[in-house]
Design a protein around this ligand. Structure first.
Ligand code: NAD
Length: 251
């Protein structure tokens, strides 16, 4: 694979599993040094990257905690010197409950991780990217950032917020060398979706049928778009909320 990110560095939050793991590996395969960030310490992503001859570190961090995110970014700069790319992807599905039954703790917890977490990561990453005069950020939103979903008010609100935050930052830093985009995945086969379907075959089939393309997406298919958005091939792309959804939002 062409090492288009040789001598570059990337932060990937939510890197222990799922879309984050696939994207950390994709960055490493293209030559980047990767900071795998997660609040669950799991060495598998790190070991996979090292077994492929890549360079990576793991940093434990809860993205909803200001002090931890600040320290995480400081550590990446200490170890790697720069932050060229950031994939702010850590997120949770939150518990399902319709709007009038959603409890405050679930609302706050979901918004704190999915929305405040993305803002905190961007806040500190951008401070470094401004010093460098360049950088590219991709935030993970969702198709739930573009349309409503019954039973997931906090999740949907958080993901709509991620797109607004992405567009705002894209405008703020467009002339300063920093591009900011979002990816909006449809149903992607990860542990998050396994938790929702309970791995029950009939429920999985229902999810597959919801996708016009007739199957769930793979984490690697989101990773390919996220790394493309960071690459120079996307040099005129900023403020975009790019669907990776098998046609879901075209319906
Ligand atoms: P996943 O559960 O497999 O991975 C999520 C990762 O985020 C995990 O490694 C988890 O430990 C980490 N994480 C969660 N909260 C964190 C926190 N506070 N601090 C640090 N790390 C934290 O799920 P996934 O499907 O890979 O989800 C990744 C992102 O994609 C999420 O933002 C999710 O909302 C979004 N998304 C997923 C789908 C899908 O169908 N899988 C669809 C649309 C959007």
């Amino acid at each position: 694979m062409e090492k288009i990110f040789k001598d570059k560095t990337a932060i990937v939050t939510g890197g222990s599993f799922g879309i984050g793991r696939a994207t950390a590996i994709a960055f490493a395969n293209k030559g980047a040094k990767v900071a795998i960030v997660d609040y669950i310490e799991d060495n598998e992503t790190l070991n996979l990257i090292k077994s492929l001859g890549g360079d990576a570190i793991f940093i434990k961090c809860d993205v909803s905690k200001n002090v931890e995110v600040k320290e995480m970014v400081k550590k990446v700069i200490e170890v790697f010197g720069t932050i060229d790319y950031a994939f702010n992807n850590a997120g949770i599905e939150g518990l399902s409950a319709v709007t009038h039954e959603c409890i405050e703790e679930i609302w706050d917890h979901t918004i704190n991780i999915n929305l405040k977490g993305i803002w905190l990561c961007m806040k500190y990453e951008i401070q470094q990217m401004l010093k460098q005069g360049k950088g590219a950020i991709v935030n993970t939103a969702s198709v739930a950032g573009l349309v409503g979903f019954q039973g997931l008010p906090a999740y949907v609100a958080s993901k709509h917020g991620v797109i607004g935050l992405t567009q705002t930052a894209a405008l703020e830093y467009a002339k300063l060398g920093i591009r900011v985009n979002a990816v909006c995945p449809g149903v992607i086969k990860t542990s998050m979706v396994d938790r929702i379907t309970g791995k029950v075959k009939e429920v999985e089939k229902q999810f597959e049928n919801m996708e016009p393309i007739g199957r769930m997406g793979q984490p690697e298919e989101v990773a390919a778009v996220a790394t493309w958005l960071c690459s120079d091939d996307a040099s005129f792309v900023t403020g975009n909320a790019m669907t990776v959804d098998g046609g879901w939002t075209a319906q």
